[in-house]
Design a protein around this ligand. Sequence first.
Ligand SMILES: Nc1ncnc2c1ncn2[C@@H]1O[C@H](COP(=O)(O)OP(=O)(O)OP(=O)(O)O)[C@@H](O)[C@H]1O
Ligand SMILES: [Mg+2]
Length: 406
Amino acid sequence: MTILWDSDPAAAQNYKFALGDRIEVVEVAQMVTRAMITNPQELLVIVGPDVDLHAASSLAEQVRSERPEVSVILLRRRLDVSVLAAALRAGFREVVASDDLTSLSSACKRSLDISHQLADIAGLAPTLEGKVIIVFNAKGGCGKTTIATNLSAYVASTGAKALLVDLDLAFGDVAISLQLRPVASVGDLVAMTGHIDAQGLASVVTKHDSGLDTVCAPSQPGEADRITGATVGEMLRVARRLYDYVIIDTPPAFSEHVLAALDMCDVAVLLATLDIPAVKNLRLTLDTLDLLGHPRDAQVVILNRSDAKVGLHTEDVVAAIKQPIAAMIPSSSHVPASVNRGVPIILDEPKHPVSVALRAFADKYIINAPASSLSASPRPDGPLAQTRRSVQQPSAPRHLFRRGVR
Ligand SMILES: Nc1ncnc2c1ncn2[C@@H]1O[C@H](COP(=O)(O)OP(=O)(O)OP(=O)(O)O)[C@@H](O)[C@H]1O
Ligand SMILES: [Mg+2]
C-alpha cells in the first residue's frame, strides 16, 4: 500500500493510474509517520502537490536520516529550479509534475527498485518498534498488577503511546484496577490469529481516561484456554509497531503466554517482596530465565513493600537472588485505596513516596534505558523460542523510527 500525503482525502482517485489501487491517503505529516510504523514494509511515500514545500522537505529529511531505504517522491503543479533545488537538498528521490501520471509511474518504479536494493544490501529490516516491558514474578500477590498499571499510566502521562496488556488471562485484574468496562479482550483476537493487524488490535483496545490503551483479559476465566502463545506473540508484534511502550501484566506462572512475551521483551521487571516464598520464587524465576537464555541486562528487580518489618532485609534478598535491586517501593495503605478508586496512585498522588519511587524507576529503566541485549536485534525466533521447544519436549504444557526511545 503506497502512502500518499495529500490534503484532498479523495486524491487516491487522481493517481490510481500511476500508483494502483492500494493507496493510503493521509492528511498530515504525523499520520505519514504513523502509517509508516503501521506498514513497515511500505517503501514508498508520495507527497501531493498542495502540501507545503517546507513541511514536505522536513518529512523527506526525517525519512532520509531515519528510514533511508524509503523513497519519498514529491509532486508539484509546476517544476521550477527553486523547487528542484529544495527537493535535492531535502533528499526526495524524484520530483514529478502532478499531472504527468506516466512519469509518476516510472518514477515510482525506479524509486522502489532503489529502495528494495537499499533494504536488501543494508539488511534494513524495518525496526519501527516500541519497547516491550513485562512485569513478572512466579508468585501471586506480590504487586505485578499494581506496578504494571502504575508504570503504564505514568508512561502514557508523558505523552507516549502506551498499551497495557493483561496476560493474566484467567484472573486478570487490569480492568478492575483501572475501573474499565471492556467490551472486547485478548480472547477476541483468537479468530484473527494469522492475520492480526492494526485494525484488529484496535478492535480489542479499551481506553483509560489517562490516555493509556489497554487490552484486557477475558471476563470468563475459561476463555483463557482457547488463547495460544501464537496469538499472544502475534498481538505483541503488531502492538510494538503501533505503540511506543507495550507493558505486560502477567499471571504468577510461566504460562505459554508469558514465555511468548518474554521472547520479545526489552525489559523484564521482576518483583520481589520481603517474604521467603517470594524470594525463593524470584530465585527460581531468575534461574529459569538463565536457562532460557534471557539476557541478564534485560532484567531489573523491584523490591515491593520494601519497608515491611518482617525480619527479612534487603541485603538478604540481594544475597539470595545475586542481583542488585533497581527500585524499592514502600508499603502504603494508599496503594490498595487507589486501586479501590480505580485511579493509579502515580497519577492520583504524584508526591506520594510510592509514586516517586515508581517514577524514578520508570524514567531510568524504561524511558531512558539503554538498549539491552534483547532489544539490540529483533528475534523472530529468539533463544527463548528455541529453548522452549527443547525444554518442553515431549510433555510440553499447552500452551519512523524507534527502537529504544523515539
Ligand atoms: N507497595 C504496596 N503497598 C501496599 N499494598 C500494595 C503494594 N503493592 C501492592 N499492594 C497490594 O497488594 C495486593 C496485591 O497486589 P497485586 O494485585 O498488584 O499483585 P499481583 O502480583 O498482581 O497478584 P496476582 O498474582 O494475584 O495477580 C493488592 O491489594 C495491592 O493493592
Ligand atoms: Mg495481578
